[in-house]
Ligand binder design. Structure first.
Ligand SMILES: [Zn+2]
Length: 158
């Protein structure tokens, strides 16, 4: 599916949600949603807020935070936990994400493991309907492992 299609779909989903909950549709809300859906990478509320401060609409921090909560309730974004940070990502990905995160430098690499993906996708849970998933695998990247070994060797040789 190409971009304009996704955008009009999520816009409609937001409008439906607002109507169902007797909330107003404001230009700020639509601009925020478009901004969220213009990027593929997970982002923090702060990042989005900074970006909106610089935009021509100058959407306040409080509005950004409130609307992220609203988008989450509407199923348009979901929280992901990367290191100790809470990030948000779009929910239109049919596939889940597997990330390997270095606990030392924070480097994050997305991995593609079809077998694991399939297994999670086929997972059946009682009283729960899966809408998506994200898996974080923690460890240490090769660069940090090498540098740690070097430091340990230095200590040994002292
Ligand atoms: Zn590292």
């Amino acid at each position: 599916m190409d971009k304009p299609d996704i955008l009009s779909q999520v816009r409609q989903k937001l409008l439906d949600y607002l109507r169902m909950n007797s909330l107003r549709s404001t230009p700020e809300r639509l601009v925020l949603l478009e901004t969220v859906y213009s990027t593929d990478a997970p982002f923090s509320a702060e990042d989005l807020s900074d970006q909106m401060q610089k935009s021509r609409m100058r959407i306040s921090r409080a509005t950004v935070y409130n609307n992220l909560g609203l988008f989450e309730s509407a199923g348009l974004v979901r929280k992901v936990f990367v290191n100790d940070q809470v990030l948000f990502e779009r929910t239109d990905r049919s596939k889940g994400t597997i990330r390997m995160i270095c606990g030392s430098c924070g480097k994050t690499v997305e991995v593609n493991d079809e077998r694991l993906r399939r297994q999670i996708g086929e997972m059946r849970t009682r009283r729960f309907t899966m809408t998506g998933w994200s898996l974080n695998v923690y460890g240490m990247c090769s660069k940090c492992t090498t540098s740690l070994k070097r430091k340990q060797n230095k200590l040994k040789n002292k």
